[in-house]
Ligand binder design. Structure first.
Ligand SMILES: Nc1ncnc2c1ncn2[C@@H]1O[C@H](COP(=O)(O)OP(=O)(O)OP(=O)(O)O)[C@@H](O)[C@H]1O
Length: 901
């Protein structure tokens, strides 16, 4: 860091530490071991550049301007003070003056305010002006503020008045209005018992505001434009004498000016300013209004006000025809209602939906359930409307959390809190617009769909809404965002590369989402956007490792590992590899430390594929702190190698086979450390399909005593036949036995046919398999459960949704016929096995679930014509009854049963 920056840093510290007096040349020179003169020079340079304020005490103190302005929410006009007292006074919140009181003055009303200021200041006496807008939009308020502005800018003298006349009040008595405006002489009409100078005279030198000017009678309008032209008029009752006055005129109307005012009058009003309705002000301003009205009520009733989210949402979403005026009335009425029922001794007033005026009681939108029961204080409301935009606040907090990070977990926790808070704010603020933003949600949803299978991440609709609302908010605040980013460019870059190093997977997905969004929305996104997106993905924690196999590429160099991983992942079409880029000078011990920290963060995995660029594998695997997962390490990693291994990982090839194939064409070596405790499992695999296997699994799980260290998994029957034990699954699990409808004949693994469980043939044998894992009493329960759960009728009830007894009756008949036709006697067990299998088969055919493939079906169809014919014959009644046709593949499975009899 250059010296100047270091000096500024010291001043910054003094500023944030409650205005400590260490921002002086002596203290800084000591802290930085620099000469005092040098420090003084730097301080004065920074002060000259407007970055510091100077307080001419002894010693001279300096503070950082930007930080002060943020901390105290003020704008410092002066940069030099003679005493600390004077300086502290300048830090006090300055009372809002004229247009500063106007909510929206810098947003939706910015243009309006500029026009008003220009018109009222126009030399010598301002220009007549007409405010046009729906009722309650703030026209009177605007006129009042224009008067205050004129006073504050010495455009009018301090004792000159602001007078108001509401023309609609004289609708039935236009003469009286003319008399009140222009004044009248004693006796001019009945009741005129003395001279009245008139408002035009009384407001001389000041401002006269004619509200509802469309109610001004035509004669009066004529009189008025003469006055506007020449500054002269007659008082009522004195048509002889000309009177003079000079003032600023402001008119207001809710009606279309060209339809209600005489053209001659209109021509004399050079400025017509349209005031937008409340709907047009946007949610941010509406929120500010709600906050400011409630805050004023708090002051008035001397109680802290809390409102329910329903009240809040209703106020936010209702269309108020009478605009701000009506909103204000609604809030005041609900305060009055609540106050009426409240405990007078409590200094807290809660406003619930039933306190709202009748007309608003039907909420126009759903409140998100997360916030349903919440009460928000007026103080909290201020957070939503804080001058700083929520998105910028969130960004700043993320950078702060990054600066203060002690470790990645803590950073993540703080960062997620900020994101949560921010999202809550935008859900509150933008719920209305988000609902309309289906287009954006559609795009996000499509992108998520596309990426979800590739990266193995799941998402729910709320995630889409959260991300869509973030993009929406981001695009609305582009201007501020760009300014902010300009200042924080370097900082944001650091944050992003930190996220990349800590959560590579989330980073990669965020990057792809951003690439897709850029194309789809024709919008540029910056590094902060990617950072927030990646943190969001991490926060949502939707990324799962579907196959529990993790690949990590570790290489020295700035981005060697990540480029290899990126290339391999892209070519594989799925996210397989994480990457760890290691600085060149990092020792293997340091690498292992980093790797261990990294692995500790991955929730659950069974196999770890480490591809490294180092020579010695031993050094690594000896230092790894991994239990319960097999580790395979391979050196001399290249992109080609990563691709080959990635393919093996995806296709679930056993680890050893993957590495063996890889070394055939590369100069790499590998080493595998098997994990010690392979989980014990019972596998359910049925020729009748995965659906049957799943249901069987459920019955088994229900029968097993709980808390057993044995899990039940399902496995596809055809894959089992095809791959036998050549699948990573059998490396990672110790399969105690396979339970199913047809024996897959896997060497060394015991098969328990479902019929044996039904006929209770295997109960004693079960004891042998499970005795190592189950106590005697648990075994008893298990056997009893088997007796109960594996009765034929219970199995049928569980496995099929068709009427089980009817189905069984049909199938049993058909199998009888088949036995007769084939002239074979099937054992009891085979019959029961066939019952179960065929019932499931019929159900699958009825529900059109996919038909399993039978190996060598053509061969079978050719050789077993007679068998196929017999089955067709025997099952013709069943086929007719259920309107299905048993395909040849399925007959193949029936054949296997009969053959294995
Ligand atoms: N931009 C604003 N910021 C803060 N308060 C506002 C703003 N605009 C209006 N108000 C408040 O809303 C209320 C209604 O405004 P006002 O009476 O000026 O509206 P109007 O357009 O003159 O209504 P009408 O046409 O019915 O006379 C006032 O209490 C005013 O103080």
């Amino acid at each position: 860091m250059v010296m100047l920056e270091k000096v500024r840093q010291q001043v910054l510290m003094a500023t944030t530490r409650e205005l400590a007096e260490t921002g002086n040349a002596v203290a800084i020179s000591e802290a930085l071991h620099l000469s005092r003169n040098m420090v003084s020079q730097y301080l004065n340079q920074l002060w000259n550049e407007g970055k510091l304020v100077k307080i001419n005490t002894r010693p001279v103190l300096f503070y950082d301007v930007q930080t002060l302005e943020k901390l105290f929410s003020i704008h410092l006009k002066e940069k030099e003070f003679t005493s600390k007292k004077e300086f502290v006074k300048a830090l006090q919140p300055q009372e809002a003056k004229d247009f500063e009181k106007l909510i929206g003055a810098q947003e939706s009303l910015a243009n309006v305010v500029n026009q008003c200021k220009a018109t009222i200041s126009y030399p010598p006496n301002g220009l007549p002006l007409l405010l046009y807008g729906p009722t309650g939009t703030g026209k009177s308020f605007m006129a009042q503020l224009m008067y205050e502005y004129a006073l504050n800018h010495q455009l009018i003298e301090a004792d000159k008045k602001f007078l108001i006349v509401n023309c609609s009040e004289y609708a039935n008595n236009p003469e009286l209005l003319t008399a009140n405006l222009f004044g009248h002489k004693k006796g001019a009409f009945t009741g005129a018992d003395k001279d009245n100078p008139g408002l035009i005279k009384l407001a001389e030198g000041g401002v006269l505001f004619l509200d509802e000017v469309h109610c001004l009678p035509p004669e009066c309008q004529e009189k008025l434009f003469l006055f506007m032209d020449k500054g002269i008029y007659h008082m009522v009752g004195d048509n002889e004498k000309w009177y003079q006055s000079s003032l600023r005129l402001i008119f207001a109307t809710t009606e279309k000016p060209e339809e209600v005012l005489l053209k001659t009058l209109l021509r004399r009003i050079p400025m017509i300013i349209t005031i937008p309705s409340l709907e047009e002000r946007g949610t941010h301003e509406r929120l500010q209004l709600i906050h400011s009205i409630f805050a004023a009520e708090e002051t008035r009733i001397h109680k802290s006000i809390y409102l329910s989210t329903l009240v809040y949402q209703t106020l936010l979403s209702t269309t108020f025809n009478a605009n701000i005026g009506e909103l204000k009335n609604a809030i005041q009425a609900s305060c009055v209602n609540a106050l009426f029922h409240a405990d007078p001794n409590k200094d807290r007033l809660e406003i619930r939906a039933y306190n709202l005026p009748e007309t608003l009681k039907e909420p126009k939108m759903n409140v998100p359930s997360m916030t349903e029961q919440k009460l928000i204080s007026v103080h909290e409301l201020a957070k939503f409307v804080s001058h700083e935009r929520a998105i910028l606040k969130c960004n700043e907090e993320l950078l702060k959390a990054y600066d203060a990070r002690e470790n990645s977990d803590l950073f993540l926790k703080t960062a997620c809190q900020s994101i949560d808070e921010y999202q809550e704010t935008i859900v509150f603020q933008k719920k209305k617009t988000i609902r309309k933003n289906e287009y954006l949600q559609g795009i996000v949803s499509n992108i998520f769909d596309m990426l979800s299978s590739r990266y193995g991440f799941k998402f729910v609709n709320n995630d889409v809404i959260a991300i869509a609302s973030y993009i929406d908010d981001y695009s609305r605040n582009l201007l501020e965002m760009n300014n902010w980013l300009e200042q924080e460019k370097k900082h944001v870059k650091q944050l992003l590369s930190y996220i990349k190093s800590e959560w590579h997977r989330e980073y990669a997905i965020a990057q792809e989402i951003v690439e897709n969004l850029t194309v789809n929305l024709d919008m540029e996104f910056d590094a902060m956007f990617t950072s927030v997106l990646a943190l969001n993905l991490k926060k949502l924690n939707r990324i799962t490792d579907l196959n529990k196999r993790i690949g990590i590429i570790i290489a020295h160099g700035f981005s060697t590992a990540s480029s290899m991983a990126d290339a391999a992942n892209k070519l594989l079409g799925r996210y397989v590899f994480d990457a760890m880029d290691m600085p060149l000078q990092l020792s293997s011990t340091q690498i292992i430390e980093q790797l261990n920290r990294y692995l500790a963060k991955i929730p659950q995995y069974e196999e770890l594929f480490l591809l490294v660029d180092m020579g010695s594998l031993e050094e690594i695997y000896k230092g790894l702190e991994v239990s319960n997962a097999s580790i395979g390490i391979m050196n001399n990693v290249t992109t080609r190698l990563a691709l080959e291994i990635g393919q093996g990982i995806i296709s679930n090839t056993p680890m050893k086979e993957i590495f063996e194939t890889a070394i055939d064409y590369s100069s790499a070596n590998y080493h595998i450390v098997e994990h010690k405790n392979r989980e014990k499992v019972i596998l359910c695999s049925c020729a009748s399909g995965m659906g049957t296997a799943e249901k069987l699994k459920k019955i088994l799980v229900d029968s097993l005593p709980c808390d057993l260290p044995i899990h039940v998994y399902t496995y596809d029957y055809n894959t089992l036949l095809e791959k036998q034990l050549h699948d990573a699954f059998f490396e990672n699990y110790e399969v105690i036995c396979i339970v199913g409808t047809l024996n897959p004949n896997i060497p060394d693994i015991r098969f328990i046919p479902i019929e044996d469980l039904i006929i209770n043939d295997t109960l004693d044998e079960l004891h042998d398999y499970f005795k190592d894992y189950i106590s005697d009493s648990e075994m008893k329960t298990f056997q009893q459960n088997i007796l109960k759960n594996f009765s034929l009728s219970n199995i049928m009830n569980n496995l099929t949704i068709l009427n089980p007894s009817k189905l069984l009756e049909h199938v049993a008949d058909a199998i009888d016929k088949l036995q007769n036709d084939l002239q074979v006697r099937l054992t009891n067990n085979t019959c029961v096995g066939l019952y179960v299998h065929v019932c499931c088969l019929i159900e699958r055919l009825v529900t059109r679930k996919s038909i399993e493939t039978y190996t060598n079906v053509e061969d079978f169809a050719e050789k077993e014509i007679a068998f196929i014919k017999s089955v067709k014959k025997a099952f013709s009644v069943v086929e007719n009854y259920y309107s299905v046709e048993i395909p040849v593949e399925e007959i193949g499975y029936i054949f296997d049963y009969v053959k294995n009899n």
